[in-house]
Design a protein around this ligand. Structure first.
Ligand SMILES: [Zn+2]
Length: 131
């Protein structure tokens, strides 16, 4: 992702919401509005745990209508958007639903951003597989 994409949310194709805690979800509705030009350009995918849109939702219902689809994150699944693929090998131990994320950048480098968890996570320099 280049600097222009980072500073221009309307160029986004999707948003990953790791979990509903406010320090992680506070801007999700703002990003949806920015990505979709306030809902005038319906597009994009929101990846999120189910509890982010059900019980005590943090993604507002009207904002969900601005995006093409919501994909619910589940354990041991693979997700893709354009040329980006990521997996969710393990549910983290946390107060709300959240999963580890693994982006396989190429055959030898995987990247795992770690939101909040008491689960120990590793960054691998080899192929990452979920079992
Ligand atoms: Zn948290």
């Amino acid at each position: 992702m280049d600097q222009e994409t980072i500073s221009t949310p309307r160029r986004l194709d999707g948003i990953i919401l790791t979990h509903k805690h406010l320090d992680h979800s506070n801007d999700v509705n703002i990003l949806i509005e920015a990505m979709t030009d306030g809902g005038f350009n319906k597009k994009g995918v929101l990846f999120c745990p189910e509890d982010a849109i059900t019980e005590d939702p943090v993604v507002m219902r009207y904002a969900r209508g601005y995006i093409e689809r919501v994909e619910l994150l589940k354990e041991k699944k693979t997700y893709a958007i354009k040329d980006v693929t990521f997996t969710t090998p393990v549910r983290h131990v946390h107060g709300v639903e959240t999963y580890g994320l693994v982006f396989q950048l190429n055959a030898s480098i995987g990247l795992s951003p770690i939101p909040d968890s008491s689960t120990i996570c590793l960054i691998s320099t080899g192929p990452i597989t979920s079992s």
